[in-house]
Design a protein around this ligand. Structure first.
Ligand code: DQA
Length: 146
């Protein structure tokens, strides 16, 4: 896969999980839209979700061996807690865009710090599931210009 989209914990529950924050789209809806857009662009894209920190870390390690060029990641709650996940993405040195469905800056104070944002190419938050597609669009352009 050239592009990898990583979804962190609890995002498998999208659609029914706090829709006032996270919207009505399911993870399958989001992944399908991303797959369609990538296919239209002729770019390989893989999606991965886990509720386990170690599984997310190991997926990131594998991405380097697979030659993944860019990552889109919503680390979910690990955004605010995981030095280990941050270190993994720093270690493989794969450039990435950080995405959040909700506007984390308009919520509880503990959501306002991210262990990822200072390493990211950029961050999209508050645009719901469209944020993933906008991140993908940006990376498709980037791939074209590489
Ligand atoms: C989230 C925001 C996080 O604070 C939260 O823990 C999530 C989802 C978002 O997409 O808005 O699980 O990353």
């Amino acid at each position: 896969a050239k592009l990898l989209v990583i979804h962190g914990p609890n995002l498998n529950l999208l659609g029914t999980r706090e829709p006032q924050h996270y919207g009505a789209a399911t993870l399958a809806d989001i992944n399908r839209a991303l797959a369609c857009r990538a296919e239209a662009a002729g770019v390989e894209l893989e999606t991965f979700q886990s509720n386990h920190e170690g599984a997310l870390i190991e997926r990131i390690h594998a991405a380097r061996d697979e030659g993944v060029r860019y990552i889109v990641i919503n680390p979910a709650a690990y955004t605010h807690t995981s030095v280990a996940l941050r270190d993994a993405i720093a270690a493989v040195a794969i450039p990435f865009v950080e995405v959040h469905l909700s506007n984390v800056h308009a919520r509880e104070p503990f959501r306002q710090h991210s262990y990822f944002s200072d390493l990211a190419i950029g961050v999209i938050c508050g645009l719901g599931s469209e944020g993933y597609l906008l991140a993908l669009e940006y990376l498709l352009n980037k791939l074209n210009n590489d």
